[in-house]
Design a protein around this ligand. Sequence first.
Ligand SMILES: [Zn+2]
Ligand SMILES: [Zn+2]
Length: 347
Amino acid sequence: MGKPARLGVVIVGLVLVAAVGAIYVLGTRHGQDLALERAVAGIFDSVAPAEYDGLRVFVCGSGSPLPGRAQACVAITAGESLYLVDAGAGSQATMQLHGQPTAHMRAILLTHLHTDHITGIPDMNLTSWVMGRREPLRILGPAGVERVVDGFNEVLALDRGFRVAHHGVQLLRPELGVMHAETVEPGVVVEDNGLTITAFAVNHEPITPAFGYRFDYRGRSVVISGDTVVTDSLEAAARGADLLLHDVLSKRIVRTLEAAAIEAGASRQAKIFADIPTYHAHAVELGPLAERTGVRMLGVYHFVPPPRNYLMERIYRHDLPDGTVLTRDGTEFKLPADSTAIHVTGT
Ligand SMILES: [Zn+2]
Ligand SMILES: [Zn+2]
């Protein structure tokens, strides 16, 4: 055995001894306590107020009703304000895991009132209330939003009482646990310290109205499509934007699922798979859309269905232009003010 080979054996031996030692230490109570203290040190630092000079776009839910991801949710932070576009099931957990500044949540803007866009609202309301939100959470959305919010407020009335009784009115001011609904129309819906949010109509028929939202802040812009087919109104709203985050459906995967459901005699599932391609944008249509609008970057979210393995991801990539960002739960785009840069993490 030569010198390098002997050295290799020694290194492997040392690594094995270290691994066995670590396993032994983590089996003792003292070792567990030490490791736990080290692991949690600093985890609360990330919930400090946002101080980024520009727009931050965080994907808190990249999925749809089909399983595999948290459901639709995008968090946009500008200065000290955080706005959500939709809050689907599971999205609050993504926010919390990634230390998003929920205390600064000003409003949730709903694209439409399908369950996969609204059932996370109670969790977002509770978390932001606990974290110290200073005003009641506003829920902006299309006609019908008041009915949804009235319902949530009623469903959560007992829970609010339990939370206040347990943690006290100093921590949880009762009036901040009650959400306020506001019906919006296309046009500017929020102006907040240099941030402008504009609602525009999209086509998700038979769900009407349904909106997308454009955010403009310090020379940067992002457009969130909500659920829609490729449509002129979105094209107009997205023209020249830095980032377009668009709903995406893989017709190839959905058609294959439909055929498999028919083959198996699963007629209910087959009907659903036959219906859904009519009201979502197909992956192959998004490259030409990005080209026509001249957006700097195209990202896709609200996958129908969410890719769950390498094959599904490759099928999406095959139908989308090079450079498209296939988001995941936790993907973040940072757009520094007055710049052309876009920094993407968590893909
Ligand atoms: Zn949806
Ligand atoms: Zn929908």
